[in-house]
Write a protein of this length. Structure first.
Length: 574
């Protein structure tokens, strides 16, 4: 889209400056002969034979001379005979000659050879010079200097559809050509000495590659000149403005196509909705009729469910607090078919003598109702893998309600896998212990002033501090992170506190008699405790002083110190 917008701007510019369009110049082609190494049919002086030129030597000159005098054998025999008879010194055989005719013959004979060598040397020099000039021309192909100006002027009014590429030898090819030129210079200095290391194949390949570039450049120039000619023709015929209007129309179509392409999904959806509008309206009308028919049924079913559910709630209320049987629990189901997201709603009201007293219940009565709602929910719950959590459910309850609550908890939660009951009430704890049978493990924790302690753990369960001591065995494999410093610091403090309380003072026992037995059973334990009192207090103080149990004091230093204290604790063998 950007390209066509630029073309429109250039078209507008060409309309404004038609005179400059008409004055646009043509680009010139590169005119260079790079085929001088290629053999041609027939006699053609444009072909160069580098091997023949650079390899020419004196023996070759002698051969040419002999060929020239081939038809003068009798002259040579006669000349030799005369030279021998006259006895003058011959410049060729050093014999003496004196007769004028003989001297003339020898002179002629010598001139033939001299002229032959001179002609050969001159011919070789001319061919070497031509070869060198052709090679030198290939080093820097002459690109017409006006091309850059003409192209720049043309691009003001139209984008170049074809851009001429660069023309020039690669560094490796340039080196081959320069080496061949150096051989030509060497041959010029001594034309009758052979130069046998010509790189004809390398030169031919380099010139072929350059010829390809020149051909591509000239083809590009021809295309650009055609484009310039087309532009000038439009200017002379006065059709530039029509071209601009067409470009703008094309741009609108392209923008529309791009818009349609970018928003294809939305447009398709819109068209699909328009197409199915009548069908949708019919479906809506049918659904409305169906809803009208079903709404009454839904409300009736929902009312039946609410009556059953609230009847269940009322039954649990009466079991926990029989005095509240006089209250009437009723659901208030609502359902509005106008919304597809809001589910059916079910409020409730509590009445006495047909008077709503939902807002006038005491705190204890509210708690009974809340428990009854929860128990009804558990009764209806299909998924029995869930965990049940009760947080101090008997606040403000008297002994009767506590006992009834424990019995209901036991009855309803038995099908579930796990149950957690949190309480601070010892009496409620006793009711729970009596209600639950031996097949369910029951733990409970009492909150005391200052800290918490495990009050009861069944004998068949591993104690928490035993688990922590197992963790101490792997402390060297752990990373000394801030988190691990806090975690292991807390574990060490917990082990000291809990192990001494439970194994020395019987804090885990439920009965006083069991606690006394624990204290008196093993005198040796207390001897160990008395003997290591100072070390125990030192480790315990370390865990609490400086906040080690809550945050690390000094990174790696804290970790190394902590590992040392863990080792000291394990060595105590409490």
């Amino acid at each position: 889209m950007k390209a066509i917008d630029e073309e429109i701007l250039k078209s507008e510019q060409s309309v404004k400056e038609t005179d400059k369009v008409l004055a646009l110049g043509q680009l010139g082609e590169i005119n260079i002969d790079l085929g001088f190494l290629e053999p041609k049919q027939g006699a053609d002086d444009s072909t160069v034979d580098p091997a023949g030129i650079l390899g020419f030597s004196v023996p070759d000159a002698v051969t040419e001379t002999l060929q020239k005098i081939e038809n003068k054998k009798e002259f040579v025999r006669s000349g030799v005979k005369l030279l021998k008879d006259e006895g003058k010194d011959c410049p060729f055989c050093l014999q003496s000659i004196e007769a004028d005719p003989a001297a003339t013959i020898v002179k002629n004979y010598q001139e033939i050879f001299n002229q032959t060598f001179l002609e050969a040397e001159d011919r070789i020099l001319k061919e070497v010079d031509r070869y060198r000039k052709l090679l030198s021309g290939s080093l820097n192909p002459l690109v017409p200097a006006t091309n850059a100006i003409a192209l720049k002027e043309m691009e003001v009014f139209a984008s170049a559809r074809v851009v001429a590429g660069s023309v020039g030898l690669a560094d490796s090819d340039r080196q081959i050509i320069e080496n061949e030129i150096a051989r030509c210079v060497k041959k010029t200095a001594n034309p009758l000495q052979a130069i046998g290391d010509s790189e004809v194949v390398g030169v031919r390949n380099a010139l072929d590659r350059l010829q390809t570039q020149v051909a591509e450049y000239n083809a590009s120039v021809k295309s650009l000149n055609g484009q310039i000619g087309e532009l000038k023709k439009e200017a002379s015929e006065g059709t530039l403005d029509a071209k601009r209007i067409k470009l703008e129309g094309d741009a609108k179509l392209i923008r529309l196509e791009l818009f349609v392409d970018d928003n294809k999904e939305l447009i398709d959806n819109y068209q699909a909705k328009l197409k199915s509008k009548a069908q949708n309206e019919l479906v809506v009308a049918q659904l409305d009729r169906i809803f009208t028919l079903l709404k009454t049924k839904i409300v009736e079913e929902f009312k039946a469910f609410a009556n059953d559910y609230f009847g269940l709630i009322a039954s649990y209320v009466s079991r926990i607090s029989p005095a509240m049987e006089v209250l009437d629990f009723q659901g208030q189901p609502t359902y509005d078919g106008r919304s597809t997201t809001d589910p059916a709603q079910c409020g409730f009201k509590i009445s006495y003598n047909k008077r709503d007293i939902s807002a006038h219940l005491s705190e204890g009565e509210r708690q009974v109702v809340a428990l009854a709602f929860f128990f009804a929910h558990l009764t209806k719950e299909v998924n029995k893998d869930k965990i049940i959590l009760l947080d101090d459910p008997i606040t403000s309850f008297d002994a009767g309600k506590r006992k009834a609550t424990a019995e209901v908890i036991k009855e309803i939660t038995e099908p579930f896998d796990q149950l957690f009951v949190f309480t601070c009430d010892p009496l409620f704890r006793q009711y729970l212990l009596k209600a639950f049978t031996a097949n369910r493990n029951f733990y409970y924790v009492l909150k005391t002033a200052g800290s918490s302690a495990v009050h009861y753990v069944p004998n068949n369960k591993e104690s928490i501090y035993k688990s922590f001591e197992d963790d101490f065995a792997t402390i060297n494999a752990q990373l000394g992170t801030d988190e691990n410093i806090v975690v292991f610091g807390q574990k060490l403090r917990f082990c000291l506190e809990t192990k001494i309380r439970e194994e020395y003072f019987g804090a885990s026992e439920d009965k006083l008699s069991n606690m006394i037995e624990t204290v008196t059973a093993n005198q040796a334990k207390f001897n160990n405790l008395f003997a290591n009192k100072a070390k125990i207090l030192e480790i315990y103080s370390y865990c609490n002083t400086g906040g080690l149990a809550h945050y690390p004091k000094d990174g790696a230093t804290s970790w190394n110190e902590l590992k040392g204290k863990v080792a000291e604790y394990l060595a105590l063998a409490l």
